[in-house]
Design a protein around this ligand. Structure first.
Ligand SMILES: Cc1cc2nc3c(=O)[nH]c(=O)nc-3n(C[C@H](O)[C@H](O)[C@H](O)COP(=O)(O)OP(=O)(O)OC[C@H]3O[C@@H](n4cnc5c(N)ncnc54)[C@H](O)[C@@H]3O)c2cc1C
Length: 443
């Protein structure tokens, strides 16, 4: 089962998983002197503000991903990168600690997935461009065809996948790529009902809101830093406010994020410090409650069909776009260099999903340890003292705890790498030596 000259590919979903798959398939096909015909089915209008054009995310991408994309010839223009971040500020109920980018070049970028938050259309012409739109245009420039329809039915005809949309004739393809993300349950059902025993990934709910501060207030209260909050609020696992031009993006992760948790969050004194004075929660900010992947899908491939991006597996709580990049690249290589049978995907595509999956298991463990810091004030104080100490001694010295935090927040490194940093004797020794009461007071 191989793709040949003139083979056809349907990609259902034009988020990063889908568009990057198209770009890599077309690039590799060109190198192999093969002509592929790729259709991307995507009904979303990325040039619209608010939910119509948005794929609901925090919009943070690590410098390592920007560099990997650049190496592929995907150069993010300034209009897509809204802000760059060069530090994290970790806030606890007792104090705050700043964690700078380990090296100057390791900054991160913030983007909008759609044309911008609901209401930003009043600022026309918009000074930024949608990240997803940029990738979709790049796929089209590379030779893909964009079909602005939602896929409503999937079936097989003599073993070949057939894609149907309302009011369109069904189309038969040599390969079907499922890049539908995890927010549209009906789309996942279509793939589950096909014949390859696919089961959607496990998910939990998150909360994202775009808060309008105005550029000056963003600079004054957030600077070029992402503000992360380690708060002891029930159900809240992670909360961060990220500067994005005139806006600040709030992301809250945790189980059962409801109005009460959100109000408790805004009422916390350490959060108030990051809000403009007199600022009140807007009655209806541009907000959403998307699903986020916490466990992998089962059987994400079959003969002539493969799932990519969130619909397959994603890095736990971070770098979902980076995971989609890695999977898309391997998918293209597998399909063109080896074939599109389930056995080809199992041998050549599955290892990249499996390595994410194993790393996520370690990620779950690390996040469980994070709860220790949340619930035990003494441990929290010791951690903040180590971060302070590392910052004072940063010049030419290793800062394993700061680096572990940086990598956790940015998604620049695997959980395995982060665990290695946390388990260094220097980190453990620093933490233990500061655990005795009275030792971790401010210097
Ligand atoms: C709260 C939150 C914060 C996040 N923050 C970050 C972050 O800061 N950085 C990061 O890297 N990742 C982040 N992520 C993860 C990131 O959003 C995802 O990993 C990424 O969007 C996955 O890309 P995808 O292409 O697989 O899916 P998606 O981006 O969800 O795209 C799926 C596409 O498929 C289309 N589609 C669905 N059904 C159909 C159909 N039937 N027919 C046609 N098209 C269809 C949809 O319209 C959509 O455009 C975050 C996620 C959440 C929930």
């Amino acid at each position: 089962m191989k793709l040949a000259n003139g083979s056809t590919v349907a990609i259902v979903g034009g988020g990063p998983g889908g568009t990057l798959s198209a770009i890599f398939l077309l690039d590799l096909a060109r190198q192999l002197r093969l002509q592929l015909s790729i259709d991307i089915y995507e009904p979303k209008r990325y040039n619209c503000t608010g939910p119509t054009g948005c794929n609901m995310c925090g919009g943070v991408i690590s410098e390592s991903l920007i560099q990997m994309l650049a190496a592929e010839g995907i150069l993010l223009p300034n209009s897509v990168v809204i802000d760059t971040i060069n530090a994290y500020i970790l806030h606890t109920d007792q104090e705050s600690a700043r964690i700078d980018a380990p090296r100057q070049e390791m900054r991160i970028a913030t983007i909008f997935r759609g044309a911008g938050p609901k209401g930003s259309e009043h600022q026309l012409p918009l000074p930024w461009q949608s990240f997803d739109q940029f990738l979709l245009q790049m796929a089209i420039a590379n030779g893909a065809r964009h079909l602005p329809y939602a896929v409503t039915e999937l079936s097989r005809e003599q073993g070949f996948p057939v894609v149907s949309c309302a009011n369109q004739p069904p189309q038969r393809y040599d390969l079907l790529v499922g890049a539908v993300g995890i927010n549209q349950k009906k789309s996942l059902q279509l793939f589950e009902a096909l014949d390859f025993a696919y089961q959607r990934p496990q998910t939990t709910r998150a909360y994202v809101a775009e808060l309008y501060y105005g550029a000056e207030q963003v600079q004054q209260h957030l600077g070029h830093a992402m503000h992360v909050f380690l708060l002891n609020i029930p159900h809240l696992k992670f909360a961060a406010i990220t500067p994005k031009g005139h806006y600040a993006t709030l992301v809250i992760l945790g189980d059962h994020i409801d109005q009460e948790v959100i109000e408790q969050f805004f009422a916390a004194p350490e959060v108030k410090k990051c809000l403009p004075q007199g600022w009140e929660i807007p009655v209806q900010p541009c907000h959403c409650q998307p699903s986020i992947v916490v466990g992998p899908a089962s059987n994400p491939f079959g003969d002539r069909v493969v799932m990519v991006g969130d619909a397959s597996v994603s890095r736990l709580y971070k770098d979902g776009i980076g995971s989609a990049y890695r999977m898309a690249k391997r998918l293209a290589y597998t399909a063109l260099a080896h074939g599109v049978a389930a056995s080809d995907f199992k041998k050549h595509y599955w290892p990249v999903c499996r390595s994410l999956l194993w790393d996520n298991r370690l990620g779950h463990l690390l996040f469980a340890c994070d709860n220790l810091f949340r619930f035990f004030p003494l441990l929290r104080q010791a951690m903040m003292a180590v971060l302070r100490r590392e910052r004072c001694q940063a010049e030419g010295n290793a800062c394993p705890l700061s680096s572990a935090f940086w990598n956790t927040f940015t998604g620049s490194a695997t959980y395995m790498h982060i665990a290695g940093e946390l388990l260094q004797w220097k980190t453990l020794w620093n933490l233990l030596s500061l655990l005795r009461p009275g030792r971790n007071s401010h210097h």
